[in-house]
Write a protein that binds this ligand. Structure first.
Ligand code: BGC
Length: 354
């Protein structure tokens, strides 16, 4: 096997733009396919302990599934991932209003977030990897956000079975930015209807507590001894059905973990193991936090890749800053100022256990 990039026509966007699908394959035969519609990750084939490749992310059968994509499968999220309370915040002293697409909250960048835009794609190859750069100009006022934002998403599949995803951006007015990737993983998508038996470790000792609108209250909870404690590897389903106020708010895990190492270096945030197939996924990030979401709002009404998307059929591990940070000054700011360059990187590395 050698490194390869396959580009194909994938369809036409609702605005009439031609859309492509890029399949990156590494020297071990693992592959990732990405569309420049929304910079969405469509497939991710990784080996099990026998070396058999299988897709480990939820996705649709064709491009049009991504036009609505209410659950944000595989999405590149921006400008601001997660919720902004009441769809409002102040930037440089001025109040900005964003569409309320989640009750009274603004969620995942609005109705036409980065996952619904056609990005300009350019593939590249190095000695040990294949990748695609995706570029977008999000204009001043896009979804209510200030500033012309020039943003780049780069997916790169490395020969050592690591998929990296890096974001860079610059702006001409102070704005807010909190990008993430919203892939729904199931390490045994072919055979396990839920991810409840897959084992998760998160390198975090605290979560941010939620109010009834799923916004951080501003308080943090020490996870030790609680249902949120994943500091030691534990089945995702071990405590998920516990009657717990914070779990009940999201109908399962839908909460932001503050990483023990919140530095901007790329550090291990989470590890998931599936003992049946032997697959192990290690998530690294430069972000200070990671959102754990156990697909609580999937209810079987959508389908793709030969299955309906059921509750808990996948997990998301979304590196990011604390949700609603623009309205919660106790948390790290997500402001981006002219002259500064936003940079965020994550890595999904996959190997197997014996
Ligand atoms: C959020 C969930 C939301 C899901 C799908 C996750 O990032 O935390 O509350 O339902 O995305 O939009």
């Amino acid at each position: 096997m050698t490194l390869s990039i396959h580009a194909e026509e994938y369809g036409v966007s609702p605005k009439g733009e031609a859309v492509q699908l890029f399949t990156l394959t590494n020297a071990q035969g693992a592959s990732a396919s990405i569309t420049n519609y929304g910079a969405n990750l469509v497939t991710l084939f990784t080996p099990d302990r026998q070396g058999k490749m299988a897709d480990i992310v939820l996705g649709y059968d064709a491009l049009d599934g991504y036009f609505t994509n209410v659950p944000y499968l595989g999405a590149t999220i921006g400008r601001v991932g997660n919720r902004i309370g009441k769809g409002q915040c102040k930037i440089d002293g001025k109040t900005y209003t964003f569409v309320q697409n989640n009750g009274t909250n603004h969620l995942h960048g609005g109705l036409e977030g980065f996952d619904k835009k056609v990005w300009k794609a350019e593939t590249f190859e190095t000695e040990t990897s294949v990748g695609v750069h995706l570029d977008l100009l999000s204009e001043d006022g896009d979804q209510g956000y200030p500033g012309n934002l020039q943003v780049r998403t780069t997916y790169e599949l490395h020969n050592d079975n690591e998929l990296t995803c890096e974001y860079t951006a610059t702006t001409d007015k102070t704005t807010i930015l909190n990008m993430t990737n919203h892939s729904y993983f199931n390490l045994d998508l072919e055979n396990q209807k839920t991810i409840l038996e897959q084992k998760l470790k998160i390198n975090a000792e605290q979560v941010t507590l939620l109010d009834q609108d799923q916004l951080p209250t501003g308080e943090c909870l020490d996870v030790a001894g609680t249902v949120f404690d994943f500091t030691e590897s534990k089945a995702i389903g071990a405590d998920i059905f516990t009657d717990n106020e914070q779990l009940n708010i999201g109908g399962g895990y839908d909460i932001n973990y503050i990483l023990s190492d919140d530095s901007t270096v790329l550090k291990e945030a989470a590890v998931v193991i599936d003992e049946k197939t032997g697959r192990r996924l290690t998530v690294k990030t430069t972000e200070p936090c990671i959102q754990l979401y156990t697909a609580n709002f999937l209810d079987g009404t959508l389908s793709g890749k030969g299955r309906s998307f059921e509750k808990h059929s996948a997990f998301c591990l979304e590196p990011q800053h604390v949700p609603d940070a623009p309205n919660k000054p106790m948390f790290k700011s997500i402001e981006l100022k002219p002259g500064d360059t936003y940079n965020s990187k994550m890595s999904f590395a996959f190997d197997t256990i014996v």
